[in-house]
Design a protein around this ligand. Sequence first.
Ligand SMILES: Nc1ncnc2c1ncn2[C@@H]1O[C@H](COP(=O)(O)OP(=O)(O)OP(=O)(O)O)[C@@H](O)[C@H]1O
Length: 299
Amino acid sequence: MTAAVVLNHVSRRYRGVNALDDVSVSFADGSITGLLGRNGAGKSTLMRIITGQEFASTGTVRVHGRNPVEHDDVLRTMSFVKESQVYPDIKVKRVIEAASWFYPNWDHELADQLIADFDVPMARRIKKVSRGQHSAVGIVIGLASRAEVTLFDEPYLGLDAVARQIFYDRLLADYAEHPRTILLSTHLIDEVANLLEHVVVIKAGRIVVDAPSEELRGRAMTVSGSARAVEEFTRHREVFTRQGIGSLASATVGGPIDDLAQARAREMNLQIEPVSLQEFVVRTAGGPAGADLTERISA
Ligand SMILES: Nc1ncnc2c1ncn2[C@@H]1O[C@H](COP(=O)(O)OP(=O)(O)OP(=O)(O)O)[C@@H](O)[C@H]1O
């Protein structure tokens, strides 16, 4: 698979802050990647650098082989939807119309469908719409632009659960018909877990996980049951966390767990489940509790 976006040894320093620290990563053509990490990890900075809104202090960025800040036509192949987007004080209808002029692959039919789906108030001034409606306008533009590289940075602040599900459904349906490179940064990890083909986790400006989602599913498992059985089963395994209440216990251990061990676990009445993507990210991008797991995966 060819790479649509390639970053090589990119660092971004603000006064006293290393927002990105020697980041080398690529995003494949025709893939949906989750860009995950804690507040302040560097996700937005990475997206701003890819879309030419920010310069890297050092390192190189290429989008389809070219430097986005030097090529206006490369910028038109990218759509960047961010929660903090500021629009001029005009009607929503005009905001969407302006976007349709900018993006060469704009799909009017899809835009109309999304406007109806999200019940976007087209005649209202953009500065007067609700928080969720503001997010919906960004989503309409992000999807209808059908840009070769589409970046969603926490795109749905204020959107209710129904509207978020509509976003996921429309994104998947349109992506299936028109594959492109999609980067999605969000804190609602379990909601998007099934959408993601690839996961990149950033921690304090560094990439600590860069792997296909499928591969992550087996990397850590939770074993639970009687405290004594959990203790015995995990004795010779790598254990990341342990919890216990009375005679019950659970432990997160490194995977995968082979068939023989699975059979043994069943005999001991233990339950084995893969950790959810959200738990996985909490442990890899989190604080001291996740330190061991982080080291293992980034090694
Ligand atoms: N213009 C700026 N000036 C100074 N520091 C900045 C600037 N922009 C970002 N930073 C700092 O760089 C770091 C990374 O910020 P960034 O916005 O990329 O994080 P993020 O992962 O997107 O966080 P969140 O999930 O909260 O949106 C933070 O410590 C932030 O305070």
